[in-house]
Design a protein around this ligand. Structure first.
Ligand code: AMP
Ligand code: ZN
Length: 137
């Protein structure tokens, strides 16, 4: 599966050069061109899936295992102090490239990288509403 208009399909296939950290039959791992921190990388499947909703189950499992391997290796190399592993689904969630990818963002003490949200408060109403709806599914 491939989308000819998709930049990550082209990068994953090696048609557009990238700073590749790792490659296998299923994935290419590259350095992000606009990194949040030194070493920010992306895990990109070679097949085109727009987002996590669409991602093949087996590939989803492999992506998480690869994320674990990559951050373990990169923590050593970069001497970072922690990692954010995240991915965005849909424009409302900040997705800008509509080919599934996982961000591996190394974190350094006092790095000033902003990933987060203002803490809310779980109300009883909202809790009941969601718990009831999920039980009906
Ligand atoms: P997202 O906003 O989650 O869709 O993330 C897209 C990411 O892809 C951003 O962090 C971009 O900096 C990165 N990106 C876009 N084009 C390229 C490219 N040609 N090479 C490497 N990273 C890219
Ligand atoms: Zn694609």
């Amino acid at each position: 599966m491939r989308d000819d208009n998709c930049i990550f399909c082209k990068i994953a296939a090696g048609e557009i050069p990238s700073a590749t950290l790792y490659e296998d039959d299923d994935f290419r791992v590259i350095l992000d061109i606009e990194p949040a921190s030194k070493g920010h990388a992306l895990i990109i499947p070679k097949e085109h899936y727009a987002n996590l909703y669409e991602l093949d189950d087996e590939l989803a499992a492999k992506a998480m295992v690869l994320a674990k391997k990559m951050i373990t290796k990169l923590t050593d190399i970069l001497e970072c102090d922690g990692y954010n592993v995240l991915q965005n689904n849909g424009p409302a969630a900040g997705q800008t490239v509509f080919h599934f990818h996982m961000h591996l963002v190394p974190r350094y003490k006092n790095d000033n990288v902003k990933i987060g949200w203002k803490l809310g408060k779980l109300t009883d109403n909202v809790k009941e509403e969601i718990l009831n709806k999920i039980c009906e599914k």
